[in-house]
Each structure stands twice: as structure tokens, then as C-alpha cells.
Write a protein that binds this ligand. Sequence first.
Ligand code: NAG
Ligand code: NAG
Ligand code: NAG
Length: 814
Amino acid sequence: MWTGHGCCCFSTTLIFFTWFIICLPGSNGDLSYTIPEEMKRGAVVGNIAKDLGMDSKGLMSRHARLDLKGTRKRFCDINVQTGEMVVAERIDREELCSSKVSCSLKYELVLEEPLELHQIVVQVQDVNDNSPRFSNDDIKLEIRESAVRGARFPLTEAHDSDVGRNGIQGYSLDKNEHFTLAVHSNSDGGKRCELVLDKELDRETQQDVTLVLTATDGGTPPKSGTAVIHVTVLDANDNLPVFSQAVYKSSLPENSPMDTVVMTVSATDVDEGANGEVSYEFSRISDKAAKLFTIDSASGDIKVTGPIDFEDETEYEIRVQASDSSGLSSNAKVFIEITDVNDNAPVIFIKSLKNPVPENVLPGTEIGIVNVQDEDSEGDRPVRCTIQQNTPFKLNPSIRNYFSIVTTSKLDREEIDNYNITITATDEGEPPLSSFKTINLSVADINDNPPVFEEQSYSAYVSENNKPGSSVCSVSARDPDWRQNGTVFYSLLPSEVNGVALSSYLSINGDTGVIHAVRAFDYEQFRSFKVQVVARDNGSPPLSSNVTVSVFITDENDNSPQILYPTPEGNSFMTEMVPKAALSGSLLSKVIAVDADSGQNAWLSYQIVKSTDPGLFTIGVHSGEIRAQRDISESDSMKQNLVISVKDNGQPSLSTTCAVYLVISDNLAEVPELKDMSYEENNSKLTSYLIIALVSVSTFFLTFIILIIAVRLCHRRKPRLLFDGAVAIPSAYLPPNYADVDGTGTLRSTYNYDAYMTTGSRTSDFKFVTSYNDNTLPSATTLKRSPGDNSECLNFTSLDFTDTASKCSTLVNT
Ligand SMILES: *[C@@H]1O[C@H](CO)[C@@H](O)[C@H](O)[C@H]1NC(C)=O
Ligand SMILES: *[C@@H]1O[C@H](CO)[C@@H](O)[C@H](O)[C@H]1NC(C)=O
Ligand SMILES: *[C@@H]1O[C@H](CO)[C@@H](O)[C@H](O)[C@H]1NC(C)=O
């Protein structure tokens, strides 16, 4: 970038650098710096931080940024570490501003939080890095020898891209005898010159004159450019071409197509023939303009040859020259003003954006900054900028064409987790142009939802005697938050049940919410309890909620009925006295039983399963009341045994039996032996009686067999005698009601005595048998034998045995 301008530029730059950097704190806190063009990359323009009265940390934390208006290049940048503004790329004043005297770069320093804008103007000073240049360094002039002294011949102007003092300051001509130079100032500050004839030419002595024209600028050191003027001395006389106007002005809309004729310049030459033919050319034109316009040398039409952009340049100044064939020429100025056409849509720049934005931001929070630039609207024409309606965001106009994106309502990630925000910018041109930009904004999660149980409360029904470890019920809570903020863990709130820690009854699976029983429950111990289950998410801080789980233990039929009366255990026999005169339906006794279970499982029913005299007593199925079924008669056995089964209504049902002993008597004194009978004695007596009974029966049976054989042998002679005299069936083998007690008093008294002694026990039976055997059956007594006698006898025996062995025993009827 330096090479084209020689090594002297560097030292010049340094000098300018020290001289020109002036800091002028502008109004509204705006800054202005002046720098020479062509500074080295990285050179410091000024310390923004210092000039704004902040430290460089402040710049960094507020995301300081330089935005350059209009141009696509940046030229300068900010070093947030030091707070300095530095040159970022080559600044060529001539390229930037061409012939404009004042050349500046307008920056906006953007600071965020809060949004703050400072304007920074960098004035670019010209450095004399361009030499004067003639568009044609070989100037040809044809001058008639008749030309008088003082005749003037305009010369092509030299051009210097630099401005001001660095522009062309003068012309000089090398020493010669014929010509001098007249230098004039143009209205625009430039200089032009004319060749003035000082001494008449004589074609005969000198046909050609060669002169060197030097143009000098005012830089330090000055630069110069030269052109060689070839003057041909002619014979005839002629006139200069004359432009119809000294200044031509025209306006041209930007984006005009190629070959559009901008204007036509015309000059007339009063000469005739070739001397009157005028040709046109640009005598002074900037490099930029030379690429955009051409002039038709014959017609003087100025045409468009390149893209005309208002945003690039708004005005061109060109000098045109009309020359005749003999080289006589005159100049005119052409101003082409470019008019703006709304050809640029606004451009949207997202300057900053908080993305993702946490869902808990308050309405009105600024989440981003948008800048809109419209190259057409040079004069800060407003640009409208909007966000589509259906989002909770809006644009707040900030400073100039800056807008902040703010939230208008609360965000909820659980509802909408990302937004496509479309920003539309529309300018006020005719027709208006607009552009849009879509940004995708995600919403970040905040742990703002506690887990919520699916039900308000839970009930669990467990039957007692459950297996430890079996699942009781399952709770479930949902948390719509993201990842760990929505991960739910379950736990039981420690408490006590009946004074025992809850944890020894229940446990919960923290991940699944399944509640398990730790031990078997007993309905008879407690029927229900409540537990609090806490669901906690994994956020920080975590959120939790709780729910009550009521555990109901359901009854199982695991308790058999308990007999309270008659007392089942103990040695003494509960004996009920039944008056001899008891009538049918009178209440004689009552079995009282309870069941620890409940409901159907404790609904008891009573039943007589065995009795000495099945027709004599009934029991209320549900009351347990033992009543006489008929009137008690004298013939009824004094000793009555009942086996009663108490059954609950469970599935399966459990039952208990017990024995009730009834004595039909009006006087307890009639049964003295009852009281001193003990169970052990009975047992020992029982054994001895058994042996005696067996021996007796065997003896009797043998005798009986022998008798039968004898009878068979002598059947025909004495059949009846044998039967009547020898066959004696012991009453002990008959149920009492089958026994004939209507016979002699002896038998009866013996029978009664035994029956009283051991009501319900086998002892009495054997005693009876013994006594019966001891007393020989009187001849007068006849035993009436009932049908089915043998079977009855066996039944009675078996009843007695069962009775004794299973007194109040528990039977599980499965
Ligand atoms: C936003 O746009 C992207 C891509 O066009 C699309 O995948 C996404 O679903 C959109 N989001 C919403 C909330 O419309
Ligand atoms: C969970 O929420 C906290 C704030 O409550 C947030 O900082 C964190 O990023 C969230 N986690 C996820 C995975 O979104
Ligand atoms: C259970 O939740 C209720 C409200 O739902 C709350 O008041 C109570 O403090 C919670 N209990 C515990 C132990 O977290």
C-alpha cells in the first residue's frame, strides 16, 4: 500500500501523525480524532476509554463495538484490552473522498447494558502522496504565424488527487523566447493556465517549438508533473472553438442504464473546413468518474458507461475540452448530480442477542440489540422495524436506528421452548423496500415446576399376612422441567406407626415410586395408617411436593373363634344343671364365643355336632343359646353331652368345638362325685376300666359264641330258652335312650348312680357296664332289642372316644 508513493511518504506520515492527532471531545460526549491518511495498520488513533472517562474493563464488559456508517470497509477498530482505537486497514483519502476537501469516517461506538451510543468522527487528513498529472503529457498545438503578441492558448489542466495545499499550486514553463504562462485560479480552487505569445512566431525561422510545462503542488516536499508541448507553426489564421455554456449541469438518477446520454456539450468554431471541426474530450476527470462516463468526441454526448450509485458518489465534476483540428481548444465544466433512488432495502444487523434466554426473565427485559441500516436514507430517514405479532417480544426504538428486543410477557419453557422471531424493517422510500431477518431464540430451563403427583391422594389395600417385600402400591409424579430439573425421586417422610418407625413397615423405590411392605401386617394389630411420600426433583435448589398414601390392611380369616363359655381349658368340667321340669323351648345354657377377625370372618354360627340325645336340645345358630327341644321327661338320661361347633363365616372358615355337659337334676347333692373327679384319675381309671371292659367283652363274646354253637347244636329242642336266658347285651353299648330303664329298681339305681358320677365320660360307661355285669340280669327283666342295635352301639362308643380326646380342640375345616 505504500509502495506506489515512494519512501518519503513514511517519514511524512510520522510527522503528520504527531501533528495531526488531536482529540476534540465533541458535543454530547462524542469524540473526534484527526489522523493522516495512509497510516500503518495498528497505529493508534486515540484512546476511547480515556476520552470517555471509563476504564478499558468497562469497555470490555459492555461489549464495546465500533460500527461504521455507510461504508462496507471498517478502516478502524477498537482494542478493548487497551481502550484504544487503532487503524485496521489502509485508509486512502483519495479513494475514500476523491476531491472532497473534508474527508471523515463516522463511527458509532456501541456499548451494551445499558445501550449507549457515541459518535466518533475520524477526520482523514490529506497527505501529499499524489503528484500532479496531465491527462495527456504530449500536448500538440498549432499556432498561425500571424498570431499576435499576447494571444492566449488554453492548456489542458493538470490533475492532482490530493486536495488543499497538496493540490496543484502552480505551473511553470521552461525558459524560451516565444511564450510565457498565465495561471488562473478556478472557482473550485484548482489552477489552469494559458500559453501567452510573448514574441511573434516566424514559420520561416522555426517550424516547431517544444516546451516543457511543469505543474507543482503545494505539499512538503512539493511534487510535480510535466507535459511536453509541441507547437507547430502554421501559415493560416483560425478561431478557437467556443462552448455554448461555461458550465453544464445535469442530474442523473442512480442505476441509470449504460449508454444513457447524460447531456450533450457543444462548442462552435467559426472557422471553415477542417479548422472548424470540433472534437471533445474530458480534460480533467477523476479516476472514479472516468470509469462511469465517456464523451463522444464528435457529438459531445456524455454517456453512462458504468454503474451509477448514489451511495458511492452523489456528484461528479468533469472538465471538458473542445479542440479544433489545429489544436486550439477551450474548456467548460460539467456537473453531474446523481439523484437517489430507493434501491437499497434496509439491512438488519443483530448486534447482540442473549440466546438461550432463561425462562424466568421478567417482562420488559432486554435480550438483544438490532441495528438497521439503509444506505438510501442518508439523512437519517426513519426505518420502521417490527417483530411479528404472535411472539412475546417487541422492538423498542433506542438510539437512532438501534432497537432493543424486549420481552413483553413471561416465558415458559414448558409451554414453548423456542421462538422464531422475524424482524421486518421497512424504509420510507417510494416504493418502500423492506427486508426481514429471522432469529431462532431458545428458552433455557429454570427449575420452576415442582413434581406433581398424578393423584391427590393414594389408597393402598393390603391383606394381612402379606409377604414381606411385596408391592403395596405405586405413586407417580410428573415434573415438566428439563433434564435433571425434571427428574423425580421418591422418598417416604419418616414417621411412626404405633410407636415403630415407618421404615420398618414400608420402603419406597426412589426411582419408580413403588412402595413395598417390609414386613407382614396384622389386621388385628392395626387396620390402617397413613404415609407421606415426598417427590423431589434433582434441580438446585430442588423442588418437592408430597402426597398422602393411606394404607388399609384388609382382614383375612386367620383367627378361629374363641370360646369364652364354657371355659375350654382347666380340669373342672363345666356342668349345667337342667331342672327336671324344663319345658320345651326353655333356655338351658349358652355358648359364648368371640372371633378376633372382623366382618364375615367374625360372624359366628353355632351347631350341635354330637349329642347324647339328638332330639333333646337345640342351639341358636347365631345366639349360641341351648334350649330344650321338647319337655324333659323322667325317661331322659340324667347325663347329657353336647359337642358344639362354633364356625366363622370366613373363606375358608375356621371353627372350634367345645363340649357342654348337662345334668338333668334338681339337686346338686345327687351328684356328689362330680366335684372330686379329676381328669388324671379319669384317665388312669379309664385305662383300667378299658382292660376290664375288654376282658369282660371278650369273655362275654366267647361265652356268647359257645352258646350260639350250643343253641345251633340243640336248636330244635330248646330254642327260646337259650335266647331269653343267656343273651344279655350291656346297656353300655346302647345309647342311653335305647337303654331300658323301666325294669327293676336295682338296675335303675345302679344306672343312675353311674351316670351321675361321670357325665359325658367313658368312666361312667364302663362303670355302668361293670355294675351291669356284676348284677346278673334278673330273669324277670327282658331287654327289648331295637332294630339297628349293633350299629347304634358302635356309634355311641366312637362318640365317647372322640369326645374325650378332642375336648375344645380346634378343627380347621379345610
Ligand atoms: C423455527 O424454524 C426452524 C427452521 O426453520 C424450525 O425447525 C423450527 O421448528 C421453528 N420453530 C418454531 C417454534 O416454529
Ligand atoms: C435447571 O434449573 C436451573 C435453575 O433453576 C438452571 O440453572 C439449570 O440450567 C437447569 N438445568 C437444565 C439442564 O436446564
Ligand atoms: C407437604 O405439602 C404441603 C402442601 O402441599 C406443605 O404445606 C407441607 O409443608 C409439605 N410437607 C412436607 C413435609 O414437605
